[in-house]
Write a protein that binds this ligand. Structure first.
Ligand code: NAD
Length: 507
């Protein structure tokens, strides 16, 4: 690969449009920072409306090009298989770029890079299995069938916390069904999408099927969501940005898929295996330094188990090894952005102001070897209540608020008393209770005796202010195709247009 950590360091990255790399039209660039030092490490092209126009034009051109439009489903699947192979061969380089850009553990990014090929293979296999239905209309001599068609050009906007993975959730099914994509990565993590473009090109996708314009959200991102050439917007990011994206989409009458923020309830009943449950709570909030949309940041613990679970969480949090994300031993790396560090610090103060008890953490680690990196200790607030700001707002950092509940009714009321509805988890040995919870909780995903267990086959997406639409599985294909109904009259007669015959047996 030409784009590796070494070649990116100190360079100016281009954008990728119509199969070619070039600077932004204005020549503007933006700086990207290394979260372990706070120092800049490369500049990315700062794309503008002009670049977005070019990218959408390239994608629209590819849609009309027989090289893409006329490609058989089997051949599209073959290209996705080839892409999966290339990701596998270059997984280490991609993981190194992601870690350098967003500070996530190299171990985790390696695992993600090892998972991505399977994601593309899954949709490669699906490419020639997308079919419509024959609809049994109650009219003799009439055949009604449906077919699924590509939607067109999809605008894909992703955040910084797992750039390639988030992008893949839309790109793999889009290419599978014959759409073209224009990607706008986060301005904080531009590099991996550009490096990935190289693999898409090498795999043999026609030019224009996959395009990347890096740049700021308020300019390049906004221009993409206002572009009349889009058939759909797939947005992953914060809820407030999601509102702006949906407003633009609404004006254009373009559908969108919104994967937004969360404040997920993660529940422990007194009958649960408390050791397993606490490990679940700890990984649910402290994995990836809490920078995951599904973080189990509201921990609900039943009264009899409350003190023991808080104590176990304290011990577990204090045992977490904080360090450089490239060290094999490290369990918690830095936060990805300086602004994110300031936000977490603000919420520590708000939690204390609202009366939550700071049990552990709440500060930057006092260690010289961590230098100016944006590290923060895993933090546990006990005696939190559902109305406190630490329990209501998405912090997107390593901060758990532990809330006591008495019984199921009490729990469901509190768990659902949130603007969000992304994910949830429950630890209990009582399967009836777990199922009652699964049916009552307002969350797009329910994990029972496990947490943060995603799969490309598992449909996922939020309710309420966590957004709408689904990623993964066949749901993703439904989201990214349009359904056409074809009706054929094979009676040999033409119906009298002045006689209404609705489901009457006539044709
Ligand atoms: P963000 O909303 O600030 O930015 C997300 C993306 O939107 C970036 O590419 C950004 O440049 C772009 N953007 C910003 N303003 C825009 C505008 N006006 N128009 C169009 N695009 C614009 O979010 P973030 O800080 O990058 O990411 C963290 C958020 O993402 C959290 O809220 C997290 O929960 C959410 N997230 C959700 C999921 C999910 O699947 N539900 C997954 C990961 C992250």
């Amino acid at each position: 690969m030409q784009f590796t950590v070494d070649s990116i360091e100190g360079s100016e990255l281009p954008i990728y449009i119509g199969g070619e790399w070039r600077p932004s039209k204005s020549g503007a660039t933006l700086e990207s920072f290394d979260p372990t030092t706070g120092a800049p490490w490369y500049r990315a092209a700062d794309g503008s409306e002009d670049d977005i126009d070019d990218a959408v034009a390239a994608a629209t051109g590819a849609l009309k090009d027989p090289a893409w439009r006329g490609m058989t489903q089997t051949d599209r699947g073959r290209l996705l298989y080839r892409l999966a192979e290339l990701i596998e061969q270059n997984g280490e380089a991609l993981a190194q770029i992601e870690t350098r850009d967003n500070g996530k553990l190299l171990r985790e990014m390696r695992a993600q890079s090892a998972y991505l090929p399977n994601y593309y293979r899954y949709f490669a296999g699906m490419a020639d299995k997308i079919q419509g239905d024959v609809i049994p209309v109650s009219k003799p001599d009439v055949l009604n069938f449906t077919m699924r068609e590509p939607l067109g050009v999809i605008g894909v906007i992703v955040p910084w916390n797992s750039p390639l993975y988030m992008m893949t959730c839309t790109v793999a099914p889009s290419l599978c069904v014959g759409n073209c994509v224009v990607i706008k990565p986060s301005e904080h993590t531009s590099a991996s999408a550009i490096a990935f473009a190289e693999l898409v090109k090498e795999a043999g996708f026609p030019d224009g099927a996959f395009n990347v314009v890096t740049g700021h959200g308020a300019t390049a991102g906004d221009a993409l969501t206002r572009h009349p050439g889009l058939a759909k917007i797939a947005f992953t990011g914060g809820t407030e940005t999601g509102r702006k994206v949906a407003a633009n989409a609404g004006r254009m009458l373009v559908p969108c898929n919104l994967e937004l923020g969360g404040k997920s309830p993660h529940v422990v009943f007194g009958d649960a295996d408390l050791e397993r449950a606490t490990t679940g709570l700890i990984s649910g909030i402290f994995a990836a330094a809490g920078q995951t949309c599904v973080a189990g940041s509201r921990c609900f613990v039943q009264a009899p188990a409350y003190d023991e679970v808080v104590d176990r969480m304290k011990q577990g949090a204090e045992a977490i090894r904080i360090g450089h994300p490239k060290d094999e031993d490290t369990q918690l790396g830095p936060l990805a952005l300086k602004a994110q560090l300031s936000k977490v610090q603000k919420y520590i103060a708000l939690g204390q102001e609202d009366g939550a008890q700071l049990v552990t953490g709440g500060r930057r680690p006092q260690r010289d070897d961590l230098g100016e990196g944006w590290y923060f200790e895993p933090t546990v607030f006990a005696n939190a209540t559902n109305d406190m700001r630490v329990a209501r707002d998405e912090i997107f950092g390593p901060v758990a608020s532990v809330i006591k509940f008495e019984d199921e009714a009490d729990l469901i009321e509190m768990a659902n008393d949130t603007a969000y509805g992304l994910a949830s988890g429950i630890w209990t040995k009582d399967i009836d209770r777990a199922m009652r919870f699964a049916k009552s909780v307002d969350a797009g995903t329910v994990w029972i005796n496990t947490y943060r267990a995603p799969s490309m086959m598992t449909p996922s997406g939020g309710f309420k202010e966590s957004g709408y639409g689904k990623h993964n599985g066949f749901e993703a294909v439904r989201e990214l195709t349009r359904l056409k109904s074809v009706v054929i009259d094979h009676s040999g007669k033409t119906a009298d247009p002045f006689v209404m015959k609705l489901e009457t047996g006539g044709s």
